[in-house]
Design a protein around this ligand. Structure first.
Ligand SMILES: [Zn+2]
Length: 395
């Protein structure tokens, strides 16, 4: 009976097209949680002409999504005897892409995951791709037209993505720019060639991060050397973007560090240097990536979870066993759901209070579960009595 009464109230409220009170000035969403009760606060008043509106939907995580961050390294020709965690035969990599796709995985970029923007197609399970020790020509190479060579690791994935767009294309690339030439040492224009490859990556969602200039072991590095290794890699990256005439891309560079060998400095002073490191633009460390093997698999929690630590994000070194494990253990990973939230007047599309109230009205009507909702640039927690903003982000 109570349920029916509630349902009638809901119908009444919705059929009257409640017009929320217009705020004097738009309130920007805050990163801190705002508690919004499910009780409607505005008085329903019929509107004469409907406002221009947009149909919106949410990506819903009924349970907290966790993901594995795979870490690839180099790629090897098919005549190589066997794949390892540092060299994946191209044929094996192709099979891995197919197996991961067929098992229902889709990629989320590391940056989106860190923001809370966990969006993949309905029914699919999240996975994050990363790669270390770049740039080698087996990882990426461009042809004379600036197109990516499909006989490289990133190129193979790019080609696969064209035929399987639901799989997604994103990479977190951890680069050592100071320990090798690219693509070959005797090419006097190697810096220009490398710069073009980096620009291709940044323009296609393969984001470039710091794995130090020459891959030292931080356990035995002095604070001064740690600082040099991080700084020099960043400086050279910016120099290369300058060579390509693409200084405009510097603005979007993040400060995410992949620990060489997955090792932290042994001494406190070295660790402090690592944590205090800022990019040439003054961006503080936003993330630190570890690495381990699949037999000690660790998951990356969502950014709002109490176990999430941006300064210790786990990754899995990718060998054949790692992907076999993912294929066999799909049930470990949450599937994305989609909730149709209907029409929202355009003037309220970025009004976080309106959106929260709108979700609380519509999610049960549309048979959507409680959980975590990604709606536009907002992440909400939706429970039976409360719709709560967890975080928001810029495009
Ligand atoms: Zn490495």
């Amino acid at each position: 009976m109570r349920k029916i009464f509630f349902f009638l109230i809901m119908i009444l409220l919705v059929s009257c097209s409640p017009e929320p009170e217009v705020l004097e000035t738009p309130v920007p969403p805050t990163a801190t949680a705002t508690r919004i009760p499910n009780t409607p606060t505005s008085t329903p008043t019929p509107t004469a002409t409907p406002l221009p509106s947009t149909s919106i939907s949410a990506t819903v995580w009924e349970n907290d999504p966790f993901a594995v961050v795979l870490a690839y390294h180099q790629f090897a020709e098919n005549h190589s005897p066997a794949s390892s965690s540092v060299k994946m035969r191209f044929e094996d990599f192709g099979n891995q892409l197919q197996a991961l796709f067929d098992s229902g995985y889709s990629l989320v970029s590391l940056e989106d995951w860190m923001k809370g923007n966990i969006v993949i197609p309905e029914g699919r399970r999240p996975l994050i791709f990363s790669m270390d020790d770049l740039f080698f020509r087996n990882q990426i190479l461009l042809d004379d037209n600036g197109d990516i060579d499909p006989n490289t690791g990133i190129g193979m994935h790019w080609e696969f993505y064209q035929e399987h767009p639901d799989f997604g294309f994103s990479w977190a690339l951890f680069t050592n720019l100071g320990d090798k030439f690219y693509p070959v040492g005797d090419d006097p224009n190697w810096r220009e060639v490398l710069a073009e490859a980096i620009v291709w990556c940044l323009e296609h969602g393969a984001m470039v991060y710091n794995h130090t200039y020459q891959h030292p072991d931080f356990r035995i590095s002095t604070p001064k050397y740690i600082q040099y290794q991080l700084e020099e890699n960043d400086i050279f990256l910016r120099e290369l973007l300058g060579i390509a005439g693409r200084e405009d891309l510097i603005h979007d560079l993040k400060n995410i560090i992949g620990l060489p060998f997955g090792e932290r400095p042994d001494e406190y002073a070295g660790l402090q240097t690592l944590l205090d490191y800022t990019t040439p633009e003054g961006v503080p460390v936003q993330g630190i990536m570890e690495i381990d093997y699949i037999f000690r698999v660790k998951y990356l929690p969502p950014m709002y979870h109490e176990e999430y630590d941006a300064m210790a994000m786990p990754r899995v070194s990718t060998n054949l066993a790692a992907v076999d494990w993912l294929v066999e253990n799909t049930a470990e990973f949450e599937q994305a759901q989609v909730c149709d939230l209907g029409e929202v007047p355009d003037i309220y599309l970025d009004d976080v209070e309106y959106l929260a109230e709108h979700i609380s009205f519509t999610y049960t009507q549309n048979d959507c579960p409680t959980g975590v909702y990604v709606v536009r640039n907002y992440l909400f927690s939706v429970s039976e009595n409360l719709v709560e903003l967890i975080t928001s982000w810029q495009e």
